[in-house]
Design a protein around this ligand. Structure first.
Ligand SMILES: [Zn+2]
Length: 362
């Protein structure tokens, strides 16, 4: 009789590579629609509107709408938006944007992406917030129907805008939640505009069981994270990297397992973190805080979610177990139904197991 058994120590160690990371299923919880446009999408939108870009050459255009990999300047980062922002005040443009950004996600095997944008910013031209939102929802649905990607929306209120505009945004989110709006956010300049100005709008969201995430502790301090959680009712925090500056808050975020939507490259390029090594991502992860990895503005940063995952291996030597844990954090932190999470979980488990040739506990 021949007895065969598998010795676990014989298992071939599969290295974490960019190629395999691209293949595994992923989730992105923090991706701004306007900051996610590729140069070719911008070109297509401009052509539709007979808008003259500084150049027609794709490589040259990229220099205007993307920052260099060595960008370490908020001013340079914001300047990239100036070239194409006027183009986006149009529902058709936003429809193309939503469709093509969702397709970019699909090509990076991002199964689930919560796209976000601030209707108040796009409604400064000839169209209303509602018309702009309708364009985005149409583009998202088209991508979902064609590609199967799950791409719900988060509507952002804006710190430097009025309370009235935030109330309007929340009302739109509530009105269109049946078309896939899953949460509201507060974005913008957190150093000069406290969140509490917009409290009434966020109370309206909470009263109607609409989840809240807030950009806090990115360029501003840890007190903004406290405000987001304790005053505004946020159950997720955009960035939140300054959590490390306040030991009591750090403990609270850990104990309550409040998800942090971290975005490495964006933080380094806009200089809120001085480099990848000193970024608090690894510390927070190793200490058991619920961190997730996201892209923020992948068009401007010229990155993919795969690139961001690969940074975890490059700078923090993450193993497959760590990578799977991060993906699992994203799944459990997503603003979707428990039923959809379960479905995604079993699909991702199956797909990861076949790629990694091992059991995956996601
Ligand atoms: Zn953001």
């Amino acid at each position: 009789m021949i007895v065969s058994f598998i010795n676990p120590y014989d298992r071939v160690y599969m290295e974490v590579t960019h190629e395999i990371l691209k293949k595994i299923p992923k989730l992105d919880l923090h991706r701004h629609l306007d900051g996610a446009l590729s140069a070719s999408t911008i070109k297509r939108i401009a052509r539709k509107q007979n808008y003259t870009l500084p150049t027609e050459d794709p490589d040259e255009l990229a220099k205007y709408v993307q920052v260099s990999p060595y960008c370490r300047s908020l001013a340079e980062f914001l300047k990239a938006f100036e070239t194409f922002y006027p183009l986006l005040m149009n529902p058709k443009a936003m429809e193309i944007a939503a469709y093509e950004v969702s397709r970019d996600c699909f090509e990076d095997n991002v199964k689930y992406c919560e796209l976000r944008f601030a209707p108040v910013l796009q409604a400064k031209g000839d169209y209303s917030m509602e018309e702009i939102l309708d364009g985005v929802l149409t583009g998202c649905k088209k991508a979902h129907d064609e590609l199967g990607i799950i791409n719900p929306l988060i509507l952002c209120c804006y710190r430097s805008e009025t309370l009235e505009s935030s109330i309007q945004t929340v009302n739109l989110a509530l009105k269109y939640r049946h078309r896939g709006i899953v949460a509201v956010d507060l974005a913008g300049d957190e150093e000069h505009f406290p969140a509490k100005i917009h409290k009434q709008a966020f109370d309206l969201a909470l009263k109607n069981h609409m989840p809240v995430t807030i950009h806090a502790g990115e360029a501003g301090g840890s007190e903004n994270i406290k405000e987001a959680i304790n005053v505004m009712g946020a159950t997720r925090i955009g960035h939140g990297i300054k959590v490390v500056n306040d030991p009591e808050l750090y403990q609270e975020v850990k104990v309550k397992q409040i998800p942090l939507e971290m975005c490495l490259t964006s933080n380094v390029q806009t200089t809120v973190a001085s480099d990848y090594i000193s970024h608090p991502f690894e510390q927070c992860y190793r200490d058991g805080l619920k961190v997730t990895i996201n892209t923020d503005d992948p068009g401007v940063s010229h990155i993919t979610l795969t690139d961001e995952y690969f940074l975890l291996k490059q700078y923090y030597h993450f193993s497959w177990d760590d990578i799977i844990k991060i993906a699992s954090n994203s799944l459990t932190s997503s603003f979707t139904t428990e039923e959809r999470k379960e479905k995604l979980r079993s699909e991702m488990k199956k797909e990861m197991e076949s790629i990694l040739e091992r059991e995956v506990d996601i």
